[in-house]
Write a protein that binds this ligand. Structure first.
Ligand code: GLN
Length: 489
């Protein structure tokens, strides 16, 4: 028995499943664990700008209650005592849920999203809310009303987006599960930038009740954590059909067999993808080949259209979803005697520049005279993308490519160039357009010490098979184990 409570805490980079074992064996109490995690959020989490709200009081109370349940020998949840955070666009009973937008400043949902309820029922403890791009629109976390988020590996760089806060926390420190959302890459791209593991489940696998909508045919909630096993445990908890989300479904895997044959997506290694990213992912391929995984070249020509298609569909859906923030029913209101003026002044002052740009683009592509040329065409391209991916997956178990075409860039470097920011999404949007699951894992660090990520896409429902493959990779390669120096204080 160790007397000094602090000396018996898990290592800073420990996974949630290691922490579960640690708690089970009585090496520390849940209260000691949670207070140390709260300390991390208040120091590093706040310094990085990654956490917006920390729920110290309720988290410590829940930790005490959890310790009491453990002492009493009660049946414990599968995530008993594990800290978790929710992105600012996921409703929680405590605190605010403003989607990092001035439009929803101070909005208290007062109820938990289904995913938050499920995490709590599994014994996990909500410790805070993570920052994100405004309404989850972005790839650098520079559009949050709560300020920029810094990459824990180089604080002059972006953490990716839009779940940049969640990824920065997962990259900097272990122990916890972070709930993010992915409409066009927002779990995977920041995970890749921060050296975390992130999973975008099959569309519909996880309830979206309580998620502030961006692009409803693309949005999906998923976990970010240290490793694939953590994501697997979290997904088991999160998944399943929800009577309060008519788009949610239960899925089963296409096969029980582990993944042994992978399609190497040629377009993921072509023009526009930095050489250092290509080389690192190629090196990962060799490691997997040595373990007996078979690779075949796959060509997905529709990937060239995927980003344009995504920008049309995502902005169209965003303009429709965000129409509700009219200053009357929902959202910030500026007073005026004239209704038109009230709408326009409330909306122009509540929404930031990027959100306004998306609403304008989305309204344009849906407007009469243009809808067929833009939205209609994007829908048929989306169908082609989906068919191409599914037919490629007839011959292989999974598809592989990098997550981001380049390494994490400097804060401010791309912010004035929307197209340079949209270029971040070229490799991630395909999975959302096709609705298939995709998992991003740390692959290596480049010669500047910046994280490089890679991803696998699978058949609808093959989420756990993908996570098993990711776990195999994480047994063969320990890049994911690193935590940044100084990240803990
Ligand atoms: N970066 C993409 C965008 O800006 C994806 C956002 C997301 O997945 N929420 O639209």
């Amino acid at each position: 028995m160790v007397n000094d409570a602090a000396s018996s805490l898990p290592d800073p980079g420990a996974t949630s499943h290691e922490v579960l074992a640690h708690l089970q064996s009585g090496k520390c109490t849940t209260k000691a664990l949670i207070s140390e995690y709260l300390n991390f959020l208040e120091t590093t989490g706040k310094r990085l700008g990654a956490v917006v709200e920390v729920f110290s009081q309720s988290a410590l109370q829940e930790a005490e209650a959890s310790d009491a349940r453990r002492m009493a020998g009660e049946t414990l949840g599968v995530l008993e005592g594990i800290p978790f955070t929710a992105k600012m666009n996921i409703c929680t009973e405590e605190g605010t849920t403003d989607a990092s937008s001035a439009m929803l400043a101070g909005f208290e949902a007062g109820v938990d999203a289904t995913v938050v309820q499920k995490m709590r029922s599994a014994g996990a403890i909500l410790v805070g809310k993570s920052s994100c791009d405004e309404f989850a629109m972005g790839a650098s976390n520079e559009s949050s009303a709560h300020g920029v988020v810094r990459n824990p590996w180089d604080e002059s760089r972006v953490p990716g987006g839009s779940s940049g806060g969640a990824a920065a926390l997962a990259g900097a420190f272990g122990w916890a599960i972070h709930l993010g959302s992915d409409t066009g890459g927002s779990i995977r791209q920041p995970a890749a930038f921060c050296s975390a593991t992130g999973m975008k489940p099959t569309w519909g696998r996880v309830s979206r009740r309580g998620l502030i909508a961006f692009g409803s045919s693309l949005d999906q909630i998923g976990p970010l954590a240290r490793d694939a096993k953590d994501c697997q445990i979290a997904l088991e908890v999160l998944q399943g059909s929800d009577p309060l989300d008519a788009t949610s479904l239960s899925f089963s895997e296409s096969s029980k067999e582990p993944i042994r044959k992978i399609g190497w997506i040629r377009q993921g290694f072509g023009e526009g993808i930095d050489a250092s990213i290509r080389e690192q992912v190629e090196a990962a391929r060799s490691i997997l080949e040595k373990d007996g995984i078979e690779f075949v070249e796959v060509s997905l020509p529709t990937m060239a259209q995927a980003n344009a298609c995504y920008q049309v569909i995502a902005t169209a859906e965003a303009s429709s979803n965000l129409a509700r923030y009219d200053g009357i029913h929902v959202g910030k209101r500026l007073s005026s005697n004239d209704l038109e003026e009230l709408y326009s002044s409330s909306r122009s002052s509540g929404f930031g520049a990027e959100v306004r740009r998306r609403i304008l683009l989305g309204t344009f592509v849906l407007s009469s005279g243009y809808i067929d040329a833009y939205y209609g065409r994007a829908q048929s391209v989306r169908q082609e993308i989906r068919e191409e991916i599914l037919s490629a997956l007839d011959d292989v178990d999974a598809l592989m490519m990098p997550v981001s075409p380049f390494a994490p860039f400097k804060i401010g470097e791309r912010i004035d160039d929307p197209l340079a920011l949209y270029a971040c999404d070229i490799l991630t949007v395909t999975a959302n357009l096709a609705g298939v699951p995709a998992v991003a894992v740390p692959c290596a660090f480049d010669n500047e010490g910046l994280p490089v990520g890679m991803q696998w896409l699978g058949k609808h429902g093959d989420d756990h098979r993908l996570l098993q493959l990711a776990s195999l990779w994480q047994e063969l390669n320990d890049t994911w184990k690193s935590v940044p120096q100084g990240g803990q204080s």
